[in-house]
Design a protein around this ligand. Structure first.
Ligand code: 5GP
Ligand code: MN
Length: 335
């Protein structure tokens, strides 16, 4: 049975722990990478033995973050010590740790969770969950403060990345006053908003640029213009000389189209097909599409991995997306 606790309680618990593995979710994004890395910096600043593990290792997109080269691959790397404590960060449910991550988490005597996904039902021995936080990075700023660690420029940069990437650089509806406050504290501690946002949003490789073109060339929209979808195959990655992380952000082009309420990007994966989902309020892709299919996420940004070939997975998801759009549209008319 896991116990829901406050950030201060999690800090007290962590203070008494050592030999810690900080873990993120499969397909680690900016929030998972930045938050785990910042907490790893903080735990080490406290004199603790700690490692940071992400499934697949360091995401290339964030290789420039300080300490990124220290990120271990949950799946393949041997840890330098046997961890006693696991801290899962930005992991909305146990399965999202990945196969190896779940084993590693289970092998730890103490298990904590720090998350911000409303769909998280809680796992581990104790968990902090703030479904209103735009990013775990926001909560990590508070956790580092509660731990009594002075935030240095390295932690600040990692946390600014975490916060900025999960709230669309302070554009999405999840952005709240605390999001700006947390980011301001990062800037105060030495994070350069200009340098970071240039790296995140104003530079891209040739491969990434080509991939965007290839995916958008196959864009489709429903006759009423409310559902948009596209495919991203291994073949496209090869042809464009792109990396699988280069898919990040492409779905925004789908949901940003005028009239589109729900967007679906189907991405070919070794284990099946990953569906990336986005919606415009009040359309809710987490509740109406991702969760019923076994996935999760946020109201307007969710996802699921289906063990099916791309086309089958896409059609199944599109049928649910269609139903969700019609249901919510009818509710809006009746309201
Ligand atoms: P993205 O489309 O950017 O990969 O993911 C958007 C959001 O959906 C993320 O915040 C993530 O938490 C959630 N998400 C993505 N894929 C999955 C999945 O396979 N399972 C669950 N439970 N959540 C997912
Ligand atoms: Mn997050």
């Amino acid at each position: 049975m896991s116990q829901r606790v406050t950030i201060e309680q999690l800090a007290d618990w962590l203070r008494d722990r050592d030999d810690i593995v900080v873990m993120g979710h499969v397909s680690p994004d900016g929030d998972a990478t930045g938050s785990t890395l910042a907490l790893w910096h903080a735990l080490r600043a406290m004199g603790k033995r700690a490692v940071v593990c992400l499934p697949g290792g360091m995401p290339l997109l964030y290789a420039w973050l300080s300490g990124a080269d220290q990120i271990l691959d949950t799946e393949t790397d041997t840890l330098p010590f046997e961890p006693k404590t696991a801290l899962a960060v930005d992991v909305s449910e146990y399965d999202r740790l990945g196969e190896a991550g779940m084993k590693r988490f289970d092998s730890c005597l103490y298990q904590g969770v720090l998350d911000h996904h409303k769909t998280n039902e809680g796992f581990g021995q104790l968990f902090v969950l703030d479904g209103e936080a735009a990013a775990v990075g926001e909560l990590a700023v508070d956790l580092i403060t509660a731990l009594g660690v002075g935030m240095d420029a390295n932690m600040a940069e990692c946390l600014f990345v975490a916060i900025s990437t999960d709230c669309g650089n302070f554009n999405y509806s999840n952005t709240r006053p605390q999001t700006f406050i947390a980011a301001a504290r990062c800037v105060e501690a030495g994070a350069s908003a200009d340098r970071i946002t240039e790296k995140l949003y104003r530079t891209r490789t040739l491969g990434r640029t080509r991939l965007l073109g290839a995916v958008l060339a196959g864009l489709e929209v429903s006759p009423d213009g409310k559902v948009a979808w596209a495919r991203l195959t291994d073949e496209m990655l090869r042809c464009c000389d792109a990396d699988k992380e280069d898919s990040e952000g492409i779905i925004n082009y789908l949901i940003e189209m005028i009239g589109v309420k729900v967007a679906v990007l189907a991405i070919e994966r070794q284990e099946g097909t990953k569906l990336s989902l986005r919606s415009k309020t009040p359309f809710n892709v987490a509740r109406d599409v991702a969760v019923p299919l076994g996935g999760g996420g946020h109201d307007c940004a969710a996802g699921v991995l289906l063990a099916m070939p791309l086309e089958e997975a896409l059609q199944k998801t599109l049928a649910m997306a269609r139903e969700a759009v019609d249901k919510t549209t009818a509710e809006m008319i009746n309201a």
